[in-house]
Design a protein around this ligand. Structure first.
Ligand code: UDP
Length: 239
């Protein structure tokens, strides 16, 4: 597979054009950022671990009937993905209260709500990805009500599948962020990544944080944690 020009460079990934029609190459970097770029570091091996974790998770979702952009892992840090038109939304799914929701509403982290919580945020780094609602998304021309209904339905399905997967790895899926796009036929497709950068993962037995909060909150053992998540998922999926 030949990589052509760099199309986009984000905080943790680069996107390259490639010679396969309608495809791109996603390259995972070792860079870590938090708090909208205020905190930055390089975490050795994070790119390879995130590529491995996201490849395993997206392949699992593909096999379980969720359309994703993932085609195949190409090498240590690279994935071949389908090119889709991205939708400027971040969907956050919460099974346990943590992070910004705990802060915003003055709640203790760790509370388990009776219902799954879905937030939608406008994907805009400039504005700090503000929380919006369906009416805002429609008024801004980001998605139709029908597309939003599909996005919530898919988000719930992805959540059920991931909760079950992580449970087998002894991990509680606290919350995660996902993004969607439209393929050539207008079908809503999961894009981007599902890694410890974008999910909160707590060890079910000990409560230990197994995600980017180790970096955000200076908890140490960041590299080892990403390696541990990759190893546990691989043990579950390659049984
Ligand atoms: N998240 C993300 N990118 C963002 C914002 C959030 O991947 O730009 C993930 C985050 O890692 C967590 C979940 O979405 O797993 C919920 O994040 P939250 O809204 O609690 O914000 P945070 O505490 O990360 O500021």
């Amino acid at each position: 597979m030949k990589h052509l020009e760099l199309l986009h460079e984000g905080k943790s990934k680069q996107i390259y054009a490639c010679d396969k029609p309608n495809c791109i190459v996603v390259r995972f970097k070792d860079d870590a950022t938090a708090f909208y770029n205020i905190k930055r570091a390089k975490i050795e091996n994070k790119g390879e671990m995130n590529c491995s974790i996201s490849s395993m998770v997206l392949d699992y979702l593909n096999r379980n009937g969720v359309a994703t952009h993932f085609v195949e892992r190409l090498g240590s840090n690279d994935q071949l993905c389908r090119k889709v038109e991205t939708i400027a939304l971040e969907v956050i799914v919460r099974n346990v209260i943590a992070g910004s929701m705990a802060k915003r509403l003055g709640l203790e982290e760790g509370i388990v709500p009776e219902n799954t919580i879905f937030d939608i945020c406008l994907h805009s780094e400039l504005l700090g990805d503000p929380l919006i609602n369906d009416h805002h998304a429609v008024a801004l021309g980001i998605a139709t009500y029908e597309e939003l209904a599909t996005i919530y339905e898919l988000s719930a399905k992805i959540n059920s599948l991931l909760v079950a997967l992580y449970k087998q790895a002894g991990i509680t899926l606290v919350d995660f962020k996902i993004e969607f796009g439209r393929d050539a036929d207008g079908r809503i497709t999961l894009v981007d990544e599902l890694t410890p950068d974008t999910c909160r993962l707590w060890d079910t037995a000990t409560g230990e944080r197994l995600d980017k909060d180790r970096f955000r909150r200076d908890l140490g053992r960041v590299r080892e944690t990403y390696e541990e998540v990759a190893k546990r998922l691989s043990n579950v999926l390659n049984k």
